[in-house]
Design a protein around this ligand. Structure first.
Ligand SMILES: [Zn+2]
Length: 243
């Protein structure tokens, strides 16, 4: 046995001992759940799961909520809060190379937007749908906002061009020109993701496909068909994947 292997084994044994000695976990469930949990409870649970599974870096295996890449931390928006989590409920291609009858995976990369002050959340089967659901909660009426025309886009600038900002300031109601409020912009091609932090007030730049169904149809025919209905979860307690 080399020194390296020995060191590795000792580390492994120490880890096992630490796991055995850890006090009983009383936080959020260490598996998939649709229950309302605060962002900090979800953060603590995934951190705990990762401490128990030191040698397994894949968050997918946990089937637990973790921060979405687009929104790494919570944002205060007036009386609301915005946190975006994701969970990977797809089948593990290594374990399940083909679709199979006994698979209990819900089956998607799933998203949840949370408003902590109101203990509110929406769960959706894609990121855009979760973001839209949150805006329905925090900015009712946003779907009626004017769509910023694509011709005002300046491809040299990140975010809205000066012309687009002026257009928005002249046309958006004062009640929607507040911190965290969104803009809706006309998109072309497949660039239909809603982008956080890109409105003049630090809110989302929402793709017009959210409010113009004909655009959404085009989008869906280009990408894979995705349901925007909240998912119906088969398992609220216990792991969703039987292995
Ligand atoms: Zn709220």
């Amino acid at each position: 046995m080399t020194d390296e292997q020995l060191a590795f084994d000792i580390e492994g044994m120490l880890h096992e001992a630490a796991v055995e000695d850890a006090p009983e976990w009383r936080g959020a469930p260490l598996h998939f759940t649709t229950a309302y949990l605060s962002p900090s409870d979800l953060d603590a649970a995934i951190a705990h799961w990762q401490s128990l599974h030191r040698l397994d870096g894949s968050r997918r295996d946990s089937r637990m909520w973790h921060r979405a890449i687009a929104v790494p931390g919570g944002v205060d928006v007036g009386e609301h809060g915005f946190d975006l989590f994701t969970v990977d409920l797809r089948c593990d291609p290594w374990k399940h190379p083909e679709p199979h009858a006994d698979c209990a995976c819900v089956g998607d990369l799933t998203y949840m937007a949370i408003c902590e002050p109101h203990a509110w959340r929406v769960i959706a089967s894609d990121e855009n749908a979760a973001v839209e659901g949150w805006h329905d909660h925090a900015f009712p009426g946003w779907r009626d906002l004017p769509v910023v025309p694509a011709r005002l886009r300046n491809t040299d600038e990140i975010g809205l061009s000066k012309a687009a900002r002026k257009w928005v300031e002249q046309r958006y109601p004062a009640s929607m020109q507040i911190v965290g409020a969104p803009v809706i912009t006309e998109r072309s091609g497949i660039g239909t993701r809603h982008v956080p932090g890109r409105s003049p007030w630090g809110g989302y730049d929402i793709s017009n496909t959210a409010v113009e169904p004909s655009q959404a149809v085009i989008r869906r025919s280009r990408a894979r068909a995705v349901s925007v209905d909240p998912i119906r979860c088969r398992a609220d307690s216990g792991p969703v994947l039987r292995i």
